[in-house]
Design a protein around this ligand. Structure first.
Ligand code: 3PG
Length: 211
């Protein structure tokens, strides 16, 4: 799968941190029921890799990849556990080289013009804008569209129901990422129905004005 294909799967990329592998499958089911077939499972918890593996093994309809991948070791671990793609909060030669060597899509994080140039010059035209609202949000993306007209973004960090349409209205935004759609509380309480509801709420709001 290419980075373009990954970013076109769903307009909303749930950014997930799981503490228990046992929550992985019920969460994947809840997202699918809510209309979202893409998961970015971050490697910031112990359960991250095993959760990716559990979903990759038994839920072929779910596209699952790793997030918070910060070096080659994490990239390789993610791949070995069934990750179909990799998101990173940042960009580095190490990550880009690993992506090319392994032939696995990397969506690197960028926050400045120099980082966008680094991505573009290495052929990575699909990037995360991270941390989106802190890095200038909609205004930064509009500004990037001038000099970097062939670059596309998935703003992540500070995105929520109230601002996602502001981002998705931009020509250079393909999808948005966020954790609001998979609240830790809901996972802890095993309230997966509420996550399905959040997905439906977000998807049905697409294209509308911000509240
Ligand atoms: C993160 O790394 O935590 C993600 O980018 C999500 O950010 P958010 O919690 O603001 O949605």
């Amino acid at each position: 799968m290419t980075a373009k294909e990954v970013m076109e799967i769903s307009p909303i990329v749930p950014v997930i941190a799981l503490d228990n592998v046992s929550d992985a499958l019920p969460l994947a089911e809840a997202l699918l029921e809510g209309g979202i077939s893409l998961m970015e499972i971050t490697l910031r918890t112990q359960a991250g890799l095993k959760s990716i593996e559990a979903i990759a093994k038994s839920m072929p309809e779910m596209h699952v990849g790793a997030g918070t991948v910060v070096n080659a070791e994490g990239f390789i671990n993610a791949l070995n556990h069934g990750s179909q793609f990799v998101f990173s909060p940042g960009i580095s030669q190490e990550l880009m080289s690993t992506s090319k060597e392994l032939g696995v899509a990397l969506i690197p994080g960028v926050a400045t013009a120099s980082e966008v140039m680094l991505a573009q010059n290495n052929g990575f035209t699909y990037c995360k804008l991270f941390p989106a609202t802190v890095a200038g949000g909609v205004d930064a993306l509009k500004a990037f569209s001038g000099p970097f007209s062939s670059m596309y973004f998935c703003p992540t960090g500070g995105v929520k129901l109230s601002n996602l349409n502001d981002f998705l209205a931009l020509k250079n935004v393909v999808c948005v990422g966020g954790s609001w759609i998979v609240p830790n509380e809901a996972i802890k309480e095993k309230n997966f129905k509420s996550i399905t509801r959040l997905c439906k709420e977000a998807l049905s709001s697409l294209g509308s004005e911000s509240p």
